[in-house]
Design a protein around this ligand. Structure first.
Ligand SMILES: Cc1cc2nc3c(=O)[nH]c(=O)nc-3n(C[C@H](O)[C@H](O)[C@H](O)COP(=O)(O)O)c2cc1C
Length: 367
């Protein structure tokens, strides 16, 4: 691997914001694992998250976890965020992480139209989305009625209330990658002509109502993180916002609704988002909103998140430079932390040679 020559101090500065303080700038990126039979995270899942907290991760964002709707996830071992058994499982995760001195937020998720008909855990539940279209634009089901959309807002709000009740340190709303909330944002999947459709600002209306409803449930002091992306699972080149101006039109309503921190999902943190500036998506988001931002994408690895192929470790110099320039505030680490619970500790202790390359076998194990 190439040496990291810069001082790592910017990564290990504490983070202070209105509602969330963290020991350092590292965040564990949300990563679906499918290790929760019947949607219930067990002791092994709690120990998996605890190991990251013990080894110095500043903030853990859990894998996406399904809100209370029959078609919220695709798979019987994806953790749910409703029902007594699943919520008790999560309460245990929170306790383990807190005992180890860590902080943790759940990523609240609905997969929308990416669900295939017949998927578990509820084979009869049809996929739902703003216009009943798959990410490729194929008509699969009927567009949701306004009443159904409003019920979904309530399901997110209930999850937010439960997150606070069982002791989480905040919530993250999954508004990225072409899943349910993003299907409202994206013009290819949202053809609605009611208040949930229209131009880029209009297409934020569903997210706005979700954020406002969550805020009503959790009160003014509980952190709400919002994850969004330009890219979609079926199209890495997709753009919600083609210019800084469009990005501003997109972000403004979300800020007004009550987002505290934006989590700007890219596959390579070093990519400039728009021509004429080196700023990445997180950098632009911070500039346009003034809110703290999390950046992500291939930190410490030489290959991006696509097909889960292996990737080698690489220097952190470019990352440290951007962090030190305050282009973004926090850094999420995905595959490196999936592979190695000690990644943050090893980096902090200058043990670069002990860092592990990403190997797709890590997907099958709870290291
Ligand atoms: C196995 C796996 C599962 C993932 N699941 C989620 C998820 O549930 N929610 C989400 O927002 N992103 C998910 N992602 C994307 C990661 O959060 C992250 O953005 C991506 O891996 C890029 O970071 P990296 O290059 O450090 O791995 C997943 C990634 C991996 C590798």
């Amino acid at each position: 691997m190439s040496e990291t020559n810069k001082s790592l101090e910017p990564l290990f500065r504490s983070f202070k914001s209105d509602k969330l303080n963290l020991a350092n700038r590292t965040v564990m990126a949300p990563m679906t694992r499918g290790f929760s039979p019947e949607g219930i995270p067990g002791e092994d899942v709690a120990a998996y998250y605890r190991r990251r907290a013990e080894n110095g991760v500043g903030l853990i964002v859990t894998e996406g976890t399904g809100i209370n709707h029959p078609a919220s996830v695709s798979g019987a071992s994806i953790p749910l965020f409703h029902g007594e058994a699943s919520l008790n499982g999560w309460a245990n995760v929170v306790q383990e992480v807190h005992q180890a001195g860590g902080k943790i937020v759940p990523q609240l998720w609905h997969v929308g139209m990416t669900r295939k008909k017949g998927d578990l855990p509820n084979a009869d539940a049809l996929p739902v989305g703003p216009s009943g279209l798959s990410l490729d634009g194929e008509k699969i089901t009927e567009p949701m009625t306004e009443e159904e959309v409003v019920q979904m807002v309530d399901a997110y709000a209930q999850a937010a209330a439960d997150a606070k009740r069982i002791g989480f340190d905040g919530i993250e709303l999954h508004g990225a990658h072409g899943y349910f909330i993003d299907q409202f944002f994206w013009e290819n999947t949202n053809k609605r002509t009611d208040r949930y459709g229209g131009d880029i600002a209009g297409r934020t209306q569903f997210a706005v109502e979700v954020i406002e409803a969550c805020r009503r449930e959790v009160g003014p002091d509980f952190p709400i993180i919002f994850r969004f992306s330009q890219w979609k699972m079926n199209d890495f080149k997709a753009k919600l916002a083609k210019t800084p101006d469009e990005l501003e039109q997109f972000l403004k309503p979300l800020v007004k609704a009550g987002v505290d921190i934006f989590h700007c999902s890219t596959r390579r943190f070093w990519d400039a988002e728009f021509e004429g500036s080196d700023l990445n998506l997180a950098g632009w988001t911070k500039k346009l909103t003034g809110k703290p931002v999390i950046s992500v994408g291939s930190v410490g690895l030489d290959g991006e998140f696509t097909s889960f192929a292996g990737a080698n470790t690489t220097s952190l110099d470019g990352l440290i430079e951007k962090l030190d320039n305050e282009e973004f505030d926090l850094v999420a680490i995905g595959r490196s932390l999936l592979m190695d619970p000690e990644w943050v500790k090893k980096v902090r202790d200058g043990r670069a040679n002990d860092l592990l390359p990403f190997n797709k076998e890590a997907l099958q194990k709870l290291y």
